[in-house]
Design a protein around this ligand. Structure first.
Ligand SMILES: Cc1ncc(COP(=O)(O)O)c(C=O)c1O
Length: 388
């Protein structure tokens, strides 16, 4: 017997369920296409290459990027590390926001302590911690700057950062974007966004499987590989090939992951990111409006009519966030995430450090009933009815 599916409201962590067609594409790859892509010329290797290159085209079509400069790898974390460690060395300066996830802050702090990279954090006046283009540009203007790195939307609050406007304001300094929380949830047209690089997960808003993520590179913005190895191309050479995607994709690409991600991107194109966004924003607004009515419940980083993703952070006075999340799962079948959400810097900025918040994240398949069940449960918790 399958376990009770419960109510999944943790799309900020990963999407569940995945898009229709994802598991079929993963299974088809495993059962029928699982040669090693690009290695040799037999029919199974050709089938694998075709599946992966098809998926690359699907991702590029959704995100408006050049397929050759659309790289597939383990996830946003891997690609952010690749870009940051490639582009930042001794004497370099990077400007970033106060809302970054540890996928950016940890590599930056590491590069600060090991290579002497100067890390400047823009606090921003906005209570949500979202910096304006002018605020970022002002910090960039203080000293020669190598790179600007920005989260596209906070995974702690959902607040969206104006990355295209920042890119225009700081040009020609390249802007690198962590779009883990926005790809698939906000429409992204990379070719016209004006940023140098964008990394995202395949398993969140893109609705694909875990273990696959994407890096998009603008023309002329080159990065060195973080790992080197076989690519199936130029095997006579002991150096990495100088062309993309091989240069940045050492080792066997995650074929099932890529095939699943391709199917998810096809689904998103068919159903449109705009419709997904409208659905998710409607649910989040409903949740925000209802939670605000509950005495003791407090929203963090939410302001009406400001650009926001499908997540909402909140706390309940007197309740430990971890205990409340465990109770919601155990007693009400509602799954969401609690704590610092891998973003201690953001919680410091939002004033919710060290306890963190509860984060509800809706996806394309959630309903008003899901949201309303959470509201009922939070009202019960706030009114002290947490025993059942
Ligand atoms: C803002 C942000 N950046 C990066 C990551 C890491 O993404 P991945 O799981 O693809 O490495 C996450 C996931 O939690 C995230 O929310």
């Amino acid at each position: 017997m399958s376990p009770d599916p419960g109510i999944y409201l943790d799309h900020g962590a990963t999407a569940f369920p995945k898009a229709p067609g994802v598991s079929a594409a993963v299974t088809r790859f495993i059962d029928k296409e699982a040669g090693n892509p690009g290695r040799g010329g037999h029919r199974l290797t050709v089938a694998a290459s075709r599946a992966i290159e098809g998926a690359r085209e699907d991702v590029a079509a959704l995100l408006g990027s050049d397929p050759e400069r659309t790289l597939l790898g383990p996830g946003a974390t891997f690609w952010l590390n690749t870009v940051l460690s490639s582009r930042l060395g001794s004497g370099d300066r990077v400007v970033t926001s106060a809302l970054e996830h540890n996928a950016v802050m940890r590599p930056l702090r590491y590069l600060e302590s090991t290579r002497g990279v100067e890390v400047t954090v823009v606090e921003g006046e906005d209570p949500r911690g979202v910096p304006t283009p002018q605020e970022v540009a002002a910090r960039v203007a203080e000293a020669p700057t190598t790179l600007v790195v920005l989260i596209h939307a906070s995974n702690a609050s959902g607040g969206v950062l104006p990355v295209a406007e920042v890119a225009r304001a700081v040009a020609p300094v390249p802007v690198v974007v962590d779009a883990a929380q926005t790809a698939g949830g906000l429409a992204i047209e990379f070719a016209t966004l004006g940023v140098a690089a964008l990394a995202c997960s395949g398993h969140k808003g893109l609705l694909g499987p875990p273990g696959i993520g994407v890096l998009l590179l603008a023309p002329g913005f080159e990065v060195e590989p973080l790992v080197r190895g076989g690519t199936g191309s130029r095997s006579e050479s002991e150096e990495m090939p100088d062309f993309l995607p091989c240069r940045l994709e050492a080792g066997t690409v995650n074929g099932p992951g890529a095939a699943g991600l391709g199917a998810a991107c096809r689904w998103l194109r068919e159903h449109t990111v705009e419709k997904v966004l409208e659905h998710e924003q409607g649910l989040v607004k409903r949740l925000a409006d209802s939670l605000r009515e509950i005495p003791g419940a407090r929203l963090h980083g939410w302001e009406d009519d400001r650009p926001h993703t499908g997540i909402l952070s909140f706390t309940v006075e007197g309740a430990d966030t971890g205990e409340l999340a465990a109770w919601l799962d155990r007693e009400r079948g509602i799954m969401l995430r609690a704590g610092l959400l891998c973003a201690p810097a953001a919680h410091r900025r939002l004033g919710t450090f060290p306890d963190g918040t509860l984060r509800a994240g809706v996806g394309p398949f959630n309903t008003r009933d899901d949201v309303d069940s959470l509201v009922v449960a939070i009202r019960d918790a706030a009114e002290g009815r947490m025993s059942s």
